[in-house]
Design a protein. Sequence first.
Length: 222
Amino acid sequence: KSRMLGEVEQRGPYTGSNMLNIKNSRLRSEHDVQLLRNRLDRLRQEERKTLKKIEETRRRADQIIQLKTRNEQNHLRKQMVSQHMDEQQRRARERLLQQKLEGQNERQAIGEAKMMERKRDAAMLREQRSLIEDHVRRENIEHVERAKELNGVMKERTAHVQQIKMQQRMVHEERLQQETQERMLREEDRREHADKLVTHMEEQEEVAIERLRRAQDAQKAA
């Protein structure tokens, strides 16, 4: 009996301040879990907004590049048409010149006309080659810049996803801690119930002993 009373006295603090500390710890854990859930919801919303902005940026970049390419192609086509018309006019003038020179020195006129034509053809080819090279160079620069921009956006998205995963791990750890606290509370409840049962049985034992003593005294007196 004295050993049981000693154990009750030793376990006594668990029903007081220690129990309150456990309860407060559980409440703080539940509050922290709710805060982390709210933060995770906001992070997921920000991720969706970021992905939407990335897609919008990519779409606008593609539209701008397509528009620039189309404008440059139209400009290049107009230049080629203009050059072709100039070439037709030039050849017409050369034919007229050739007809005029036929009566004077047909061979010399034809040779000079062919030389002029070769020079002009060479100049036109150089000009067309230069235009095409400039066009290709501009497109390459735009593609490189766009690739750099998309690479930067993907790096930011990767960092954002890693942050979300870290927050999810924190929520998981907080949930585990909360479950541990709840198990501790259940154990404390069971221990308190057992202590009360021991106290009640000890009181019943004392009553039974007293009743037995009185019965024995009454028997002796009879």
